[in-house]
Design a protein. Structure first.
Length: 118
């Protein structure tokens, strides 16, 4: 069992103020979701890999778009699928998956995020 259900990953300092991160972590804890943050100055891929290594099933990524419209990216460890949505929706989707709902059902209607091909 993973020590954390969610890893918060701000792309850089301007994407996530300390107060915002604190509020997100508090909201996750209120839903019973143990979480951590990885704000290291390494690539997003390396941070995802570290999160995968310790078995964290979900990552919430905050980026430039987060500041514009309040949306974040949710990444699932096993499939590496990603969707984008409002934070409250993303937290609800995580809770549904923790309770046994499939990725497809929990994220139905969310914007799919595609990774660029190498």
């Amino acid at each position: 069992m993973a020590p954390y259900k969610v890893n918060l990953i701000p792309i850089n300092k301007k994407n996530a103020k300390d107060e915002d991160i604190h509020n997100i972590r508090t909201n996750l804890r209120k839903k019973g979701l143990a979480n951590t943050i990885d704000a290291a100055g390494v690539s997003i891929g390396k941070r995802y890999a570290r999160s995968d290594e310790i078995g964290t099933p979900f990552c919430i990524t905050m980026d430039d778009v987060t500041n514009e419209d309040g949306t974040v990216t949710l990444r699932e460890r096993d499939s590496t699928k990603q969707v984008r949505g409002k934070l409250e929706q993303i937290i609800n989707a995580i809770c549904e998956m923790v309770d046994g709902k499939s990725w497809e059902d929990a994220t139905k209607g969310y914007e799919t995020v595609t990774r660029p091909e190498n």
